[in-house]
Design a protein. Structure first.
Lengths: 121, 290
């Protein structure tokens, strides 16, 4: 279920983000409790709590005291911006580096991307 | 209410041999700790001090803020469960469970429920139990003790994989139901990693590391790439391997951003180190003490 390299709490945070992006968690919707997460994934409740704390800090979730955690109304917009940033960092930056190592001119890559997008439309 | 643990300059000597030397350790109340170490590293000695089974040769052992040695009110709320349990072989399973009631917090109803769940034959004598069932009985008495500090010393050893899994599940459920301080001593790290909040590693009688589980998970890295480029990073390697012009090293510390960038630019692949591997490297006898 979890991979080795990334702390579990971050993987849970990422999963909640993915659920918000794909619509299975709606803005304003209630999120499962820390203990429910811990029991479901068989993890320490403090780990689940860390994931929630991170999402609250990022403005993705908000806490209703004594009631539970909810998805922020603008969570999807925030995540879209976040996703864009990570796309450049994780996908495009290595691509540019590898292309340089292989001696592939940037113009070839741009041509290829245009052709691919053309094929999608 | 659950117990804190504080060790101050603690040593334990058996004859001329140092089982533990100058240990300082603080554990907060209400967390699940993993106590890791090779065989003979001092895990059992450490837990024996916390349960007041032994008296330290030097230093202070505080549980719940009080010296634990000869402190009955504290000791009655501390449970140390050793593999195979400390049972009288001629007792029946039922008698062992009933004997647990000597502890005020012992929950007999819960113990019987667990016995049924784990398929423990109540009428059987302890001596007729398999090693696995004996470990299960030990685990059941530990869970049902409902102590403020519960320690399981390699209790999983006799259990098969599905039973271990069921035990960890039950432990987590009991912990969430009633948060208290738990110490799991083991060397099957990967199996329990997700249940832990903090990890303590002892090695050759000394405290080697104590940190959040996340710190351990992010701690090491493997770097694989052209040997020259890997060497040029100048990192202290715990272990290294060479295959032709390619070199792979394992480091114990998290890599900082500039190192990551330099490595990536030099075509070096960075991968995670599993906790089990990190533990093996950190406690390698060939390695000089950190």
């Amino acid at each position: 279920m979890f991979d080795d390299g990334t702390p579990i709490y971050r993987q849970i945070a990422d999963q909640i983000k993915a659920e918000i992006m794909n619509g299975s968690l709606e803005p304003g919707g209630k999120v499962m409790s820390t203990n429910q997460y811990a029991a479901f994934y068989q993890i320490n409740p403090a780990t689940a709590q860390k994931a929630f704390r991170e999402l609250v800090d990022e403005g993705i979730l908000y806490k209703q005291r004594g009631v539970g955690m909810y998805v922020a109304d603008d969570a999807r917009d925030r995540l879209a911006a976040d996703f864009r940033e990570r796309f450049f960092e994780r996908v495009l930056a290595p691509l540019v580096r590898e292309a340089r190592q292989a001696g592939i001119p940037l113009t070839d890559i741009i041509d290829y991307l245009r052709a691919q997008e053309g094929a999608l439309q | 209410m659950s117990f804190t643990v504080n060790l101050r300059g603690v040593s334990l000597r058996y004859g001329s041999e140092d089982a533990l030397a100058d240990i300082d350790l603080d554990l907060e109340a209400g967390k699940i700790y993993g106590l890791l170490g090779r065989n003979g590293a001092g895990k059992t000695s450490l837990l024996s001090l916390l349960a007041a089974f032994r008296k330290p040769t030097a230093g202070d052992v505080l549980v719940g803020g009080e010296p634990v040695w000869e402190n009955a009110p504290i000791v009655s709320r501390v449970a140390l469960i050793r593999e195979g349990g400390d049972f009288d072989d001629s007792d029946s399973v039922k008698a062992v469970i009933e004997a647990g009631q000597i502890r005020p917090s012992f929950d007999t109803e819960y113990a019987l429920k667990l016995a049924e769940r784990f398929d423990l034959p109540l009428k059987k004598k302890v001596r007729d139990l398999s090693r696995g069932k004996r470990s299960v009985l030990a685990a059941v008495t530990g869970l049902a003790a409902r102590a403020e500090l519960t320690m399981f010393d390699e209790v999983h050893l006799g259990m098969d994989a599905p039973t271990r899994d069921a035990f960890y599940k039950e432990l987590l459920a009991e912990y969430m139901d009633r948060p208290h301080t738990v110490i799991l001593s083991t060397h099957l790290i990967d199996e329990v990693a997700n249940y832990l909040e903090e990890v303590v590693i002892v090695d050759r009688g000394r405290l080697l590391r104590h940190a959040d589980i996340e710190a351990f998970q992010g701690m090491g890295a493997t770097l694989t790439g052209p040997a020259d480029a890997v060497d040029a990073l100048g990192l202290a390697a715990l272990a290294e391997q060479r295959l032709g012009g390619t070199k792979s090293i394992t480091v114990a510390d998290a890599l900082d951003a500039p190192t990551r960038e330099r490595a990536a630019a030099a075509g070096i692949e960075i991968g995670p180190v599993g906790l089990q591997d990190l533990f093996i490297h950190l406690t390698d006898p060939e390695r000089k003490a950190a």
